[in-house]
Design a protein around this ligand. Structure first.
Ligand SMILES: *Cc1c(COP(=O)(O)O)cnc(C)c1O
Length: 437
């Protein structure tokens, strides 16, 4: 991992862009072109053979995307990054590159629903097996790792319950077994926590959420922290250490080395072959968002804590799942790993009335959710707008009661993602809606 030479706020506004082009635009331009013209046939041949780095075709990359990659790599303290069309694509290409040849993955079961579908369904089709464990159980991680395990995966902060990962414990177990650690830092954001400082080797993002920040554009990024040495056990990692036939027997580890070879494999194989490319326009939108990342996340974090504290003393609220509250199971981990602020995505449970019955519970939840006016009913997080969702009938609707219990959610659990509105308006909105039950 490399230390950023400048502060976080400076990096989020400036890193990766050099305005000394003939057009000298102050702000990064949108390179909206499908392809690039070569100076000569010799140049074209060198770029195609990876002997020379250069723009080729926008499925592989664009200059706007390269700025985004350098910027996110700097914010996460990594050495290189690959930006792709969505967070789903970032998780998929990262794990295909590590475990794609029939490898095994150990993952926390506290996961984003789309990741669960990818692991259980599509990866199973590809012959990649995933073992799910409770992320708070070190013995479960330890005993799930096999000789064929090629990655350990978890989210820095899961949702809707906002569990905080014990990064260092999980990383220690993975590294003892020679396995790299991949962390989805979508909810954490590099402003609140940089998983690379706590043992992560690769950090993935749904840039759709806090990095973009305005709910306008899909994107995903994977950052290589430059910490995992695939060359130390070459038999285990032939995708890096054996000849890469499509490039005339070039060996990625020799040509690119630690901290760069992973991005080269992801781009030249998985993005090139499967095509989940980031559009230059979306890359630019995400860059615009990142310029205010720390300001937005600090504000959202403070607002979320104020909402959580307010809800915790509300008579219609049975429980608040927020690690910023003393007494929360993950409060200690939040104090240890999140000194700059707590997550702005969290949830709370309504009290149940005495009548009981599932239909009554749903009607009770609907009365509250449908009464909200400032909070918007949207299946997204990390937007400038405050968002509400009901996991049991939306993101987690495919779970049965036992699975819901394992995930820590009930029929009355309501998820909030704090936006940038006035906190007083958000509190008044919640109070008005809760008065309906
Ligand atoms: C949204 C999300 C994803 C998937 O990202 P998309 O950009 O929607 O494809 C992955 N992980 C987490 C934690 C998310 O919230």
């Amino acid at each position: 991992m490399t230390e950023p030479t400048r502060g976080f706020s400076t990096a989020q506004v400036q890193t990766g862009y050099d305005s000394s082009t003939p057009q000298n635009s102050a702000v990064p331009p949108i390179h909206q072109t499908a392809a690039y013209e070569f100076a000569s046939l010799a140049d074209a041949a060198d770029i195609f053979a990876l002997r020379q780095i250069g723009n080729l075709y926008s499925r592989s990359s664009s200059p706007t995307q390269l700025i985004l990659e350098q910027r996110v790599a700097a914010l996460e303290g990594g050495t290189s990054a690959v930006a792709v069309a969505s967070g789903q694509a970032a998780v998929a290409v990262t794990l295909l590159a590590l475990a794609g040849r029939g490898g095994h993955i150990v993952s926390a079961h506290q996961l984003y629903g789309g990741t669960v579908d990818l692991f259980q369904d599509t990866f199973a089709d590809f012959g990649i097996e995933v073992t799910f464990v409770d992320q708070d159980d070190p013995d479960a991680w330890r005993s799930a790792i096999r000789p064929t395990t090629r990655a350990v995966f978890a989210e820095s902060i899961a949702n809707p319950i906002a569990q905080v990962l014990d990064f260092e414990t999980v990383a220690q177990i993975a590294h003892d077994a020679g396995v790299p650690v991949v962390i989805d830092n979508t909810v954490g954001t590099p402003h609140l926590v940089r998983p690379g400082e706590h043992g992560a080797d690769f950090v993935v993002h749904s840039a759709t959420k806090f990095l973009a920040g305005h709910g306008t554009s899909l994107g995903g990024v994977v950052v290589d922290q430059g910490t995992f040495d695939f060359g130390a056990d070459p038999e285990r990692w032939p995708q890096f250490t054996a000849p890469y036939p499509r490039f005339g027997d070039l060996v990625l580890w020799e040509r690119f080395g630690i901290g760069q070879a992973f991005a080269a494999l992801v781009k030249t194989k998985y993005v090139h072959d499967l095509g989940p490319s980031l559009s230059p326009f979306n890359a630019w939108q995400i860059l615009q968002g990142i310029e205010t990342l720390d300001l937005r996340v600090s504000r959202q974090s403070a607002t979320a804590l104020a909402l959580a504290e307010h809800l915790a003393q509300h008579p219609k609220v049975a429980a608040v799942h927020h690690p910023g509250l003393p007494g929360n199971r993950w409060h200690g981990l939040a104090e240890r790993y999140l000194p700059r602020g707590v997550p702005s995505v969290f949830s709370f449970d309504l009290t149940e009335d005495d009548a009981g019955g599932t239909a009554d519970v749903h009607a009770r939840v609907a009365r509250v959710v449908d009464a909200l006016e400032v909070f918007r009913l949207v299946a997204n997080i990390g937007d400038a707008r405050s968002l509400v969702s009901h996991p049991a009938s939306m993101t987690h609707s495919h779970l049965n009661a036992a699975q819901r219990a394992t995930a820590g959610i009930s029929l009355t659990t309501i998820r909030l993602s704090a936006g940038l509105e006035d906190p007083a308006d958000l509190i008044a909105d919640l109070d008005r809606a809760l008065a309906r039950i």
